[in-house]
Design a protein around this ligand. Structure first.
Ligand SMILES: Nc1ncnc2c1ncn2[C@@H]1O[C@H](COP(=O)(O)OP(=O)(O)OP(=O)(O)O)[C@@H](O)[C@H]1O
Ligand SMILES: [Mg+2]
Length: 254
């Protein structure tokens, strides 16, 4: 397997807080990869660094063999990286399907003039985009709520909607920041199935997650961050047995 995402020596500080310190990470194409670690370890900061929200203090990030650090967020998105946020960021007063269409628009062609004039070309594109958005809603199990306001959906459905919106940009790499937070056990199992289905479509998935049962059963590789440093990386069994990880995060078995 080849690395789809390569992170080398990435550091990022906020004033006196060193959120990331010399982090190296390599994610294989086609894998499901987890980033775990205590609160404040730098996990979300790493996603923000990958997606170009934060500029790096040092280090490099390459996607599919090309440097992406220093590029604007929309260019990184167009290269094929999509993400969800730890706190939901949906447009509550737009329908579910319109929320997905926003993800589509990240990659739709056509000119502003086409859209403003409502040319046949623009209308045909909108129709096709709407059909694709419906298909993404179907894919995440939200086929019957497309016309509802996002804010009226259950919390679990809103989390799925965020994933549908991210998928609508047709990424090759999907970053999920705590996708299972607040979900009940059944919803967590369904989420795991969804993540596997996403990977089976050829999308590499990196997720930040605190539920160790979910992480251990779903992910092939795990990286552990603590105080901005990567303290371990390996397969689930190695991570579970790693003394430094137990000390920093997992705790001793009961
Ligand atoms: N924009 C920012 N400005 C200042 N400090 C920040 C900023 N973003 C993150 N930090 C700090 O960087 C550190 C790492 O934060 P980060 O959000 O990456 O942690 P995390 O591992 O995602 O934690 P959690 O599990 O609680 O989500 C924290 O000390 C946080 O307060
Ligand atoms: Mg976080």
């Amino acid at each position: 397997m080849t690395a789809l995402l390569s992170i080398d020596g990435v550091s990022k500080s906020f004033g006196a807080v060193c959120a990331l310190s010399g982090v190296d990470l390599s994610v294989d194409a086609g894998s499901i990869f987890a980033i775990i670690g205590p609160n404040g370890a730098g996990k979300s900061t790493l996603f923000n660094a990958i997606t170009g929200i934060y500029t790096l203090d040092s280090g490099t990030i390459a996607f599919d063999g090309r440097r992406i650090d220093g590029l604007p967020t929309f260019v990184i998105a167009r290269r094929g990286i999509a993400r969800t946020f730890q706190n939901l960021r949906l447009f509550g007063f737009l329908s579910a399907i319109d929320n997905v269409l926003i993800g589509e628009h990240a990659r739709m062609r056509g000119t502003l003039v086409d859209s403003l004039l409502g040319t046949p070309r623009a209308r045909a594109q909108e129709r096709a985009a709407r059909e694709r958005a419906r298909a993404w809603l179907d894919f995440v199990g939200l086929n019957d709520v497309g016309e509802q306001f996002a804010r009226n959906l259950s919390y679990g459905a809103q989390r799925r909607l965020e994933i549908a919106r991210a998928l609508a940009s047709q990424p090759r790499l999907l970053l999920l920041d705590e996708p299972a937070a607040g979900l009940n056990p059944t919803e967590k199992r369904e989420l795991a199935d969804l993540v596997r289905a996403i990977r089976d479509r050829g999308v590499t998935v990196v997720l930040i997650e605190h539920d160790m049962g979910l992480v251990m059963s779903l992910c092939e590789r795990i990286a552990v961050l603590d105080h901005g440093e990567k303290i371990a990386q390996g397969a689930p069994a190695e991570i579970r047995a790693n003394p430094a990880v137990i000390e920093a995060y997992l705790g001793a078995p009961a």
